[in-house]
Write a protein that binds this ligand. Sequence first.
Ligand code: ADP
Length: 324
Amino acid sequence: MKTIKRIGVLTSGGDAPGMNAAIRAVVRSGIYHGFEVFGIKKGYEGLLSGDMYEMNLRSVSDIMSRGGTILQTARCKDFNTQEGVERGARMAEVFKLDGLVVIGGDGSFRGARDLSRVIGIPVVGIPATIDNDIGCTDYTIGFDTACNTVKDAIDKIKDTAYSHERCSVVEVMGRGAGYIALHCAIADGAEACILPEKSFDINTDIIQPLIGCRNRGKHHYVVIIAEGVGGTMDIANEIKQITGISTTTTILGHLQRGGSPTVKDRVMASLFACKATEVLKNGGGNCVIASKGDEVIAIEIEEALKMTKKIDEHMIITSKMLSL
Ligand code: ADP
């Protein structure tokens, strides 16, 4: 077993609140285990260009409460090629990296796996995305903060919708996964929620529930649509035309990625990161850290990349039942 002296840490792909808490914990726990820790800027772009620096205990002071990532992140097209991965491996050798922690999503973990195949150093992935759509783990860093941001926004939209007897159509993030949409539909009592995982019919899934609610005495309505469904404006227009209810559309967009991370995201990021350095300390690697029930575990990277998860049907039923 090769003793690890120096590890690199990078954030890659889309940013998520809580990435800073993960960087902080990688640096502090890494130094605790006796590693030198190098922060790599802008994901794999920084690895290719050698844009990295040694971090110390104080490099990560006062960052936990900030959204985004102090290391910045990027989508690096060059790293998608074999030639790019080989250049990255060469640069890792130049900087004498013995291990790498990658904070990001499945794409970033594939990059880490490819790098490890070339250079043979252990890599560990830490799942971070607001969409919570990584198959191997129950939870991804950033999800709770994004949900709370959406919840706050919809609370405000509901105040004004109530005053004007309105239908508020709200588009939330989630291209392929409706976890934010579904959780916020329950948290905000949405009258309808449309997810990318499910085909939908506007009459049965939106118009009928809205008219039913109106006939049972409701005066305002929230319809949540996940971004991946597409056609939010058209759906809103149809609701207005068919029901005659005054309808507004709000596309929440990038504000969902920002903000100070919640307690849950800070704690999960800290636990994931400490597990990552523990794995490296114990001679392991080539894994993704995951939460399963109450446990934080390490799953072999190939296995992790093959895993999928499904939207919870029970939550869909619950959301419908409680919005009557
Ligand atoms: P995420 O990590 O959030 O899933 P992306 O899919 O955009 O985000 O991946 C982030 C980066 O990881 C890409 O820009 C690229 O640099 C690297 N990457 C993604 N897929 C691969 C792959 N198959 N091989 C090598 N690198 C990859």
